[in-house]
Design a protein around this ligand. Structure first.
Ligand SMILES: NC(=O)c1ccc[n+]([C@@H]2O[C@H](COP(=O)([O-])OP(=O)(O)OC[C@H]3O[C@@H](n4cnc5c(N)ncnc54)[C@H](O)[C@@H]3O)[C@@H](O)[C@H]2O)c1
Ligand SMILES: [Zn+2]
Length: 379
């Protein structure tokens, strides 16, 4: 049994999320799923491993992971769920926890979340709850999960009252982002995750946004640029999470594009009509257009944001979203229900320019309504 993590290959990047004694590493690069056994055995030799995954990911990547775990002397038990957001619910949560108990996963054992953000959120919450808390490893397989949901410790499921309303902060002990696993991800899903990559540039890293404008095709193709884009994104998220783990302060910057985006996602019924990252792309373009309309940021910056998102094939306008959406008042109601609204005052992430986003706590609902009305008319 190999108890040493393999040495880092040249095409690997390793970062740390600094959270005191709960700090953990994010390893990024190709071929990591095949090494998952050695890396996990180094942390928890001989453990039983409950692998939560969905059937799409299982078909493509479970075999490699299981073989790697067995070879390292670990005992894997796969638990499969249906792909899609519907699996983030109480019923599936119960099935997963029951299956973990049946597999006799104990507190010194581990869970492995192998999949996109749905699997990560569901498995992470199961890990938080099982026997009052079992450690878990994230092996994100979608771009969105690699740059966003697998880092930061937010876990949870949906309720009939809304998305992500039941959950826990539970940090993983390791994140293994196998960039080669993204080769099997459908292009539309990759593009949707890319919206979150661009977001990190727009929040506070203008040089990164400029690099993406020049190198995005290479990021999509794979190889060194993909690793670099994911590593830069993870470094941004890790820095914010270390400063503000429970979102009492500037972690809220990560919500750039998400207030408008969530309203549109809800308006489209959280369906395949509009993926999360697509909604965020429209939301970020809107946040910049709204900022420009308020005289906070140059119109040229808003146009640059829109141009880049459109160039990669992401939507930027309400008119780009197929099917019917709520009217302006309906969208305003959805924005008001969003958890980022506190006591009537609208909190938005706005921008003074590319890489200069900030938390605006005083957005005037009347101006917002007028802006949305114009947006809906398509200007
Ligand atoms: N916890 C957080 O901080 C956080 C942050 C952002 C988003 N999220 C959550 O993440 C979820 C969205 O994540 P997502 O976009 O990864 O969705 P997802 O998990 O549904 O994955 C998208 C699709 O891609 C498939 N897939 C994943 N990896 C694949 C691969 N390598 N090859 C082929 N198919 C693959 C999945 O089966 C699914 O059909 C939402 O539930 C959202 O709430 C959580
Ligand atoms: Zn998001």
């Amino acid at each position: 049994m190999n108890k040493q993590a393999p040495p880092l290959a040249a095409d690997r990047t390793q970062l740390s999320v600094g959270l005191g004694d709960r700090s953990y590493d994010i390893v990024i690069g190709p071929g990591l799923l095949a090494e998952s056994g050695a890396r996990i055995a180094a942390l928890r030799p001989g453990a039983r491993i409950g692998i939560v995954t969905d059937s799409n990911v299982a078909d493509r990547h479970l075999g490699v992971v299981e073989a790697s775990l067995r070879e390292a002397g670990l005992t894997p038990t796969p638990i499969l769920v249906e792909p899609g957001e519907k699996s983030k619910c109480f019923a599936v949560f119960e099935q997963v926890v029951d299956a973990l108990l049946a597999a006799r996963i104990e507190r010194r054992d581990l869970l492995l979340a192998l999949g996109g953000g749905v699997v990560g959120d569901l498995a992470g919450f199961a890990a938080a709850a099982l026997r009052r808390g079992v450690d878990f490893v994230q092996a994100p397989t979608s771009l969105l999960a690699q740059v966003d949901s697998s880092v930061g410790g937010k876990t949870g499921i949906n309720s009939r009252h809304g998305k992500n309303l039941v959950g826990a902060f539970h940090q993983p002990i390791l994140v293994l982002a196998d960039t080669g696993a993204l080769d099997t991800l459908p292009l539309r899903e990759f593009r949707s995750g890319y919206a979150e990559v661009a977001k990190y540039g727009l929040i506070d890293n203008a040089p990164f946004f400029g690099w993406l404008e020049r190198r995005w095709e290479a990021v999509f193709r794979g190889g060194a640029e993909r690793i670099e884009a994911i590593a830069t994104s993870c470094a941004s998220k890790a820095a914010v999470v270390s400063r503000d783990e429970k979102e009492t302060g500037d972690r809220a910057l990560l919500n750039l594009g998400h207030t408008f985006g969530h309203a549109l996602e809800a308006g489209a019924g959280f369906s395949q009509r509009l993926l999360h990252g697509e909604a965020v792309a429209v939301g970020m373009a809107q946040a910049f257009r709204f900022s420009a309309a308020q005289g906070l940021c140059a119109t040229a910056d808003a146009e640059r944001v829109e141009t880049h998102l459109r160039t990669v094939g992401l939507p930027t306008r309400i008119a780009d979203i197929p099917g019917a959406l709520p009217d302006t008042d309906g969208l305003m109601d959805l924005i008001a229900q969003d958890k980022k609204v506190s006591r009537g005052a609208l909190t938005f992430i706005l921008a003074r320019g590319i890489g200069q986003s900030y938390i605006a706590r005083d957005v005037d609902p009347a101006q917002l309504r007028a802006f949305l009305e114009e947006e809906r008319r398509g200007r």
